[in-house]
Write a protein that binds this ligand. Structure first.
Ligand code: COA
Length: 381
């Protein structure tokens, strides 16, 4: 007993650098800043693909042909509506944070999915497609209901990204705006064993169903170190106010040992390969909208953070996303839900992979508390 207590164990706090399984979905080389979905470079997908095509690729392993893509697109479009009961639940909790509402609504949707307890790969993929289609509707229905407005029903003439923006205000977005949103969803579609996907796998490891796993994913994504960074970047950009203030602002943050939001990454120790695509997007959009100031502040913060690149702290995808969403007229508290909208295919395929070669994820904790304490009855304490 005494010996077991004293035995030295290797502790990998935060599971940093620990491989816990294998995947065929997403490849990340953090040192060189490489990201691939199913062997395709994120750069090719961001520039040439669509969210629908990328989601199909993640879920089924190959790029779809024309007929497969049409079928997948029509499955997504025909699954966008959400039951009236979900709308009623959203109404009841409409004053909560959109991520809390999303988590509750995804969980409640399990009661209405005809295949909820079927954990076969085929049924899980079908449920993943339905959730991919329903999550944008939940987010935008809540956004309308909390303003005491009637939700704008999904528009089946529009792509996934264009429909998402359409449900915000009933206005069809321009082609370039829809493309930028589409690109953002592609860039967020999967990212290996990040905290929310890992949590979804832990859930699937117990053989919980997809709705449970995705509810877990949404819950974990809501934390500021994961999904919340874009929202915090927007807050920071507003506080900085103008490019001249960026250096002093960043210096003050770092002096007080605070983090600069939108910088740093657990895996990427060079530039996040997703970031460049949104950098270009925010530059064009802020010029197009006659508001170049936002991009100028971002650039000034990047310049101020340059010395930290030596320590592996580079700009990440969320640094640019926030300003893009702001320019598109999206309320700040919807920034994390947008991440979730893009991430459903990723969570789904991670769950399918987990089921395919399942094992309960159950690591150990080294006990460092006391032993052999004498129990004293409550009357004597
Ligand atoms: N600003 C300033 N310093 C940072 C930093 C940031 N954004 N990110 C990391 N660092 C510093 C840490 O303070 C730490 O310094 P120290 O060794 O002197 O203590 C060092 O870099 C390593 O940080 P660590 O917390 O071990 O890295 P991590 O891998 O655990 O953290 C994040 C990764 C993402 C949680 C972290 O970079 C962060 O909080 N970034 C801001 C939030 C963000 O943008 N999240 C979105 C990620 S896509």
């Amino acid at each position: 007993m005494e010996e077991a207590v004293k035995k030295k164990v290797d502790i990998h706090r935060g599971l940093v650098g620990v491989y816990f399984d294998r995947t065929k979905t997403t490849f990340i080389n953090g040192k060189e800043g490489i990201l691939e979905y199913r062997g395709y470079s994120i750069h090719d997908l961001a520039e040439k693909s669509t969210f629908e095509e990328t989601a199909y690729l993640l879920l089924y392993g190959d790029l779809p042909n024309k007929v497969q893509l049409q079928g997948f697109d029509s499955d997504l479009k025909s699954s966008r509506d959400i039951p009236k009961e979900i709308i009623d639940i959203i109404k009841t909790i409409k004053d909560s944070h959109p991520m809390d509402v999303l988590r509750t609504a995804v969980s409640a949707l399990s009661s209405f999915d005809p295949e909820v307890s079927d954990k076969s790969a085929e049924a899980t993929l079908r449920k993943g497609i339905r959730l991919t289609a329903q999550v944008p509707t939940i987010v935008m229905a809540h956004n309308a209901l909390r303003q005491n407005k009637t939700p704008i029903p999904p528009n089946s003439n529009l792509s996934h990204a264009a429909n998402f923006l359409y449900m915000l205000d009933g206005v069809e977005p321009s082609e370039s705006t829809a493309k930028l949103m589409d690109k953002d969803f592609i860039l967020h579609a999967d990212h290996g064993s990040n905290a929310s996907a890992f949590a979804a796998r832990v859930s699937a490891g117990t053989q919980a169903d997809l709705h449970s796993a995705i509810t877990t994913g949404v819950a974990v994504l809501s934390g500021p170190s994961h999904g919340g960074a874009a929202e915090n970047v927007m807050k920071m950009v507003k506080e900085v106010g103008s490019p001249e203030n960026a250096k002093a602002y960043v210096t003050n943050l770092l002096k007080s040992k605070e983090r600069v939001m939108g910088f740093g990454h657990r895996v990427y120790k060079s530039q996040d390969p997703r970031a460049g695509h949104l950098k270009e997007g925010v530059e064009n959009l802020s010029k197009e909208m006659g508001q170049p100031g936002w991009y100028e502040i971002l650039t000034a913060v990047m310049v101020a953070m340059k010395p930290y690149q030596r320590r592996g702290i580079h700009v990440n995808v969320d640094f640019f996303a926030g300003v893009i969403y702001h320019l598109l007229g999206i309320p700040t508290d919807l920034f994390v839900p947008i991440f979730a909208v893009g991430r459903i295919p990723g969570w789904t395929i991670q769950v399918v992979e987990q089921y395919n070669n399942n094992i309960l994820l159950r690591p150990l904790l080294e006990y460092t508390g006391e032993h052999e304490r004498k129990y004293i009855p409550v009357q004597e304490r």
